[in-house]
Design a protein around this ligand. Structure first.
Ligand SMILES: NC(=O)CC(=O)C(=O)O
Length: 318
């Protein structure tokens, strides 16, 4: 009998597994893919932690809970750590003004910047309400390993939705919409930012792809009605359309709050597969993402190159 030739793969927990060379790719790849190729894994990978945090009674307790989880993520080797939407306040139009702070002068930014510097990590600060003069924004700040504010993204598409009896929200009653894209780099990874409702607007992520992004991060807070219908689908679609990694990071589900977040934070790969997914409670999901996978998919399915610029065009105006 001929010997079976095996090739090595490394799982997200760092353990190796062996897969037969004759095993077709699709038989070892399920919807949830817990591993990636070992080849050059060190050069091109980035360990990412998605922190699905439970809301706490006060801002200070939210910051303390986040800080403890960030330290844990660092202990597990994460270099990029991502918090959820509205992680330090209730998700409520009536509460934004009371909790808003200047970025980076406010208490939350100071705490996150200090921690990023102490741990030497890239920290995506989820979102929190930002005050700038008379205006309020739903803002995602990113802190670098020296504690510096690398960039900030202000939610561009405000969440105004009315599904009677299920979900009604009018963010525009309290907030101003942002109007600028924001990117940052971690090693060779170029990363773009959006917030929650923004992922329903495919042109935005496509603009980031045109800017050369390999990953999109959406701190988010879907609700338990739209979540089961749209959450995975939107994450996977943006990843597949744009051949990039996509992280959706939600607060934990808490049925006692006015706005109940869906949970199920997840990370999709450039094939549109869900790589890992949280459940409803507070949970950290951590995985290695490999830039080579983006390059491979783009090479194998060169859709960007094949777009018909002579017939249609996407233009980022800012
Ligand atoms: N919370 C949001 O911004 C969006 C949302 O919940 C949805 O699109 O559904």
């Amino acid at each position: 009998m001929a010997a079976t030739r095996l090739r090595p793969y490394i799982k997200s927990d760092g353990n190796a597994m062996w897969v037969s060379l004759r095993t077709p790719w699709f038989t070892v790849v399920s919807d949830i893919v817990p591993w990636c190729p070992l080849v050059n894994v060190k050069m091109s990978t980035l360990r990412v932690a998605l922190l699905q945090l439970k809301g706490q009674p006060t801002k200070q307790e939210c910051i303390s809970n986040a800080s403890a989880q960030i330290r844990l993520a660092k202990d597990k080797g994460a270099r990029l750590i991502i918090l959820p939407e509205c992680f330090n306040s209730p998700y409520s139009t009536a509460e934004f003004a009371r909790h808003a702070e200047e970025i980076p002068a406010g208490v939350t930014s100071k705490a996150l910047g200090k921690l990023a510097a102490e741990l030497g990590v890239y920290l995506v600060g989820g979102t929190y309400p930002e005050r700038d003069g008379t205006k309020l924004y739903n803002t995602c700040p990113v802190f670098g390993p020296k504690g510096e504010l690398l960039c900030r993204y202000r939610k561009m598409h405000l969440f105004d939705m009315d599904i009677p009896g299920q979900c009604t929200f009018q963010e525009s009653a309290a907030l101003t919409a942002g109007d600028e894209l924001a990117t940052f780099t971690v090693g060779k990874f170029k990363i773009g930012l959006g917030i929650c409702y923004d992922k329903r607007f495919p042109e935005l992520t496509a603009c980031y792809r045109q800017l050369g992004c390999d990953m999109m991060i959406f701190p988010s807070a879907f609700d338990p009605y739209t979540g089961p219908l749209h959450w995975d689908l939107l994450g996977r679609s943006r990843a597949l359309d744009n051949q990039m990694f996509v992280a959706l990071v939600s607060p934990a589900r808490d049925p006692t709050t006015e706005y109940v977040a869906y949970g199920y934070s997840l990370l999709c790969d450039p094939w549109g597969r869900v790589v890992c997914r949280a459940r409803e409670a507070q949970e950290m999901i951590i995985t290695d993402i490999d830039l080579q996978l983006c390059e491979e998919v783009k090479r194998q399915i060169p859709v960007l190159r094949q777009k018909r610029g002579d017939v249609y065009e996407l233009v980022a105006k800012k």
